[in-house]
Structure formats: C-alpha cells, structure tokens
Design a protein around this ligand. Structure first.
Ligand code: SF4
Length: 389
C-alpha cells in the first residue's frame, strides 16, 4: 500500500470574479462545422500532429478523427510515455458512495429518472456511518459522493452528512446537482475537494431530447456549473460527456474547448476527464452513437496527447477485460468495487436501487494486484486534508 502526497495548491491569484461563462464561448462554436472538420482530417494531418508539442484544439480534432484510427499504436505509445513522465507510475483508487437515488429529473438513459418505479432511498446519518465504515475497511482514502438531483439532497443535507464522512477520508469528491457559487464554497468549507459535473452532450438539440423534465433540462445552467465551481475555488473540477448520446468525436472537441476555457479562467484548479459510456439501467436504454472499445482507446490517448496534465479516470462501468488492457495507457485514477445503489457497501442492497449495472465487479484487492501486474503502484492517498483551506 503506497501513499503519495500531491503538493498543495495555493489559490491566491485565481480570480473569484465572473470573467465570462462557457455558455458565452459555446455560442461561437458550431456543431456541424466541427463535425465536418473532424471528418476532413487526413493521415498527413495525423503524422504532423504526432510529432508536435503543445497541442491546440485543431490538433485534438485531428487525433479524434477517423483518420487517426490507423495510428493507434503510435498514439498509445506516446500517451503512455507522457503519462509516466507527468504522473509517474502511480494509479489512484477511489470508490463512489451513493447517498441517494431520489431524483426530480427525467433523463432518458438513467435508472434514477423520476418516473422510473424503483424504490427510493436517501441514506440517513446511521446509514452513512455504516457505508463509511465499510469503505474504510476496504482501504479507500478518496471517495466520490453521488446523489440524484432533488431538493432532498441539497446543501442542508450535505451539511449534516459531510461531518460524518470527512473525518475518515483525506480527499472528497462529489457528483451532485449543479449548485450556486456560495453553495460550492460552503461545501469546500466542510471538506469538499473536487466536483464532477458532466455536460452529457454539448449538442443542445440532443440534450433537450434526453433531458425531458426537471432542472437538468436547463442546458446553460449545467454548462456553467464548472465555472461556478472554479469561482468557488474548489481544488479539482471533473468534466465529461456521456459517450453514446451523440457523436462522441464532436462532443469531445466541445469538451476540449470547455477544458481550455476553464484552464484559462481558473488556472490554479486541477482538472479531470471521465469517460462514461451508456450502460444498461432500470427503465431501458437509448444509445444514439456507439463508441467501440478501440475508439475509446483512441479518445483516451487523444486527451493525453492534447493535455499532459489533465487527470483521466477509468470507470467500473467498463468490463474487466477492457480495464485489464487499457489501464496503463493514460489513466491516472480508477474506481474499484463500486456499488451504484445507496447503502450498497454495508448491505447487499437490492439491484433495483442501482443507477446502472457495474461491469467490473472484482474486489478492490484484485484491482490492486492488477495495477501492480502492470508495473504500477497503487495510490490510496494523494492528498492530506491539512492542505484544505
Ligand atoms: S442522470 Fe442524474 S439527473 Fe438524470 S435521472 Fe439520473 S440521477 Fe437524475
């Protein structure tokens, strides 16, 4: 078991003033033009980008294009080399802790959707204590709190739960409904280190089709959530698109624009990218544009070549076979032994409470061995709460 402590960041110099939200930037981008640009890339373009340093968005377009598929072995080798140079041989492990499956939204792809007739559960204080104890026993020091999006799991709920959770973990991430700047600041004061908020898709029409009811149907409010997280000076901002809702290449290029915008505005923050692919869930599934395993590898490598500093996360949504093979290519963190139902660690809760099916169900001890078999080191702890300001 290894501990690797990252240097603390100082937010002095990161402005808290609103300097333009991403919704202002995105209005100057065009979905069709971007898609056409991706399709027009050639092998010659790919060769040129593969020898470049300091890649721009145009280079990212080249790397996610169909033309780059033929260069996958080179991309993997370069991505792996850059990852080891920047992050060493560590792989951070974390686990999600689902606090609630109640939700006031209707998303076509999610088992927690409001109209889905599943049993709803929001953990109380003693449930949370049991979950914390179970996760500590497994060795985790970084947990990701996950909830549906409803007023039941708003700031007042977290004010009760975080003091139960934070004494046991050094790094706390949250994947919750988008909040206001002062709410993120309040959570930061309670020990929050990172917030993950995925736009799902940057195509407004597709977004409207899949986010049918509830607050999440407000495209721009979600789009500007990472700006608000940056303004609240949260240490890390996690981004992603739900791969499969629309064309993954075009969505990823929009995400690259989003990342660059945030890096300019909130340059003291760290950033991570996740790669959720739509998984089967209660209530059915709609996949608009499938991304194959090979294409996902291409996408991960494109991100690493585009940005050597961004953290890349590998989900337990992926199969054990896929995770075994792609683990060393560019990822810096991965979840293990995840339970996607509230109360899932302390008890064998019913599968009907789950948000989606986990594909890699191996125990964390097996994942630790897998990481070591790739010549990498398991990082349980990469932060100390003494650094929290
Ligand atoms: S994706 Fe999120 S907001 Fe949508 S139904 Fe699921 S939990 Fe609710």
């Amino acid at each position: 078991m290894s501990n690797s402590i990252a240097a603390p960041l100082n937010f002095i110099g990161q402005s808290t003033a609103v300097q333009g939200q991403f919704s202002d930037v995105v209005s100057s981008l065009n979905w069709q033009t971007t898609a056409a640009s991706i399709d027009s890339q050639t092998a010659e373009d790919v060769r040129r980008v593969l020898v470049k340093k300091n890649l721009q968005i145009d280079d990212f377009i080249t790397l996610v294009s169909p033309a780059a598929q033929a260069f996958l072995p080179e991309m993997v080798a370069k991505s792996q080399q850059l990852t080891r140079q920047r992050f060493g041989f560590g792989m951070s492990l974390f686990a999600p802790l689902y606090l609630s499956n109640t939700c006031a939204n209707e998303c076509s792809y999610c088992g927690f959707s409001m109209s889905n007739p599943i049993k709803r559960l929001t953990l109380n204080e003693s449930d949370v204590e049991n979950e914390v104890r179970a996760l500590k026993t497994k060795g985790f020091d970084h947990i990701l709190l996950v909830t549906g999006e409803t007023s039941k799991v708003s700031l007042s709920y977290f004010k009760k739960m975080l003091p139960i959770i934070t004494p046991s973990f050094n790094y706390l991430s949250m994947e919750i409904q988008p909040l206001e700047v002062d709410e993120y600041s309040a959570l930061r004061g309670l020990g929050l280190n990172a917030v993950l908020v995925y736009q799902e898709t940057y195509n407004k029409t597709t977004y409207a089709k899949h986010h049918i009811k509830g607050k999440k149907s407000d495209f721009n409010y979600r789009l500007d959530a990472p700006d608000r997280i940056g303004q609240a000076q949260v240490h890390k901002i996690g981004l992603g698109v739900l791969l499969g809702l629309d064309d993954w290449r075009t969505d990823s290029v929009f995400l690259a624009h989003h990342l660059r915008h945030l890096q300019k505005q909130y340059w003291r923050s760290r950033f991570s990218i996740s790669f959720p692919r739509i998984r089967p869930c209660e209530g059915g599934i709609e996949v608009g544009s499938e991304i194959t395993d090979k294409q996902l590898v291409q996408l991960v490598c494109a991100w690493r070549l585009f940005d050597a500093d961004v953290e890349l996360s590998l989900s337990t949504r992926e199969s054990a076979h896929f995770r075994d093979h792609v683990l060393p290519i560019g990822f810096t963190s991965m979840s293990a032994e995840s339970k996607t139902q509230p109360g899932g660690y302390a008890e064998d809760a019913q599968s009907a409470l789950k948000q989606f099916e986990i594909s890699d169900e191996r125990q964390v001890s097996d994942i630790a061995k897998l990481i070591q078999s790739h010549g990498l080191e398991v990082i349980w702890k990469d932060w100390d709460k003494a650094y929290n300001s």
